[in-house]
Design a protein around this ligand. Sequence first.
Ligand code: 13P
Length: 255
Amino acid sequence: MRKKIIAGNWKLNKNRAEAAALAKSIVAMYRPEAGVEVVLCPVFTALESVRQAIDKSVVRLGAQDCYWEEQGAFTGEVSCSLLKDAGCDYVIIGHSERRQFFGENDLAINKKVQAALKQNITPIVCVGETLQEREADRVEEVVGTQLRVGLQSLSAEQLEKVVIAYEPVWAIGTGKTATPEQAQAVHAFIRKILTELSVPAAAEKIRIQYGGSVNPGNVKALMSQPDIDGALVGGASLKAESFIDLLHFQESARV
Ligand code: 13P
């Protein structure tokens, strides 16, 4: 059984005090018996505040990006060893906003994934198609390439440690969620590609999150799909109440 993993991607939101307050509320309200792995991904400058706020709780810390070199003349970058030093167990890699606004490509993503694994940080590797690509019936081609290149040269053992986040670009921040069936179809395809890239036993262990307008009203139906193993949440992770409702999806039918 794959343990569900729900991560809050706070994107470019929350200063240190706001981030610490939100993290403290989440720790106070989360019932660990819900059995969900919880990750909070604040901006770099708030990592330490959140680390302190979640100290000794089951909630884990993640960053929103990393660089593949360890150190040196790379102005503005943050390496995976520094993220480890800051208390991160996870790092989001290749988010569509980074691909779209910062020109990240699959080869760069691959280097970041390898660098994260080297530091024992779990990469959350984002893939997903644009609306145009979906309408042109290119979902499998696009997502397949993102996976094949983004995860190239990883061993089966390394691949097992990766988390994939399927985030259709057209569903991010738009209020348009993929239906559970649409999402499941792509998740099953992703697992098929992961099997090709590793071995069936490893592919079965890899968690695949869904992301894109996940909210307390749609999370349960999404999570009940066989290949959906969690969620990567933007907007609904910025308020403790809605994020907690998401984390407790198994207990309530709240809309
Ligand atoms: P929203 O949940 O705001 O649509 O954002 C999804 C996302 O991009 C998470 O990484």
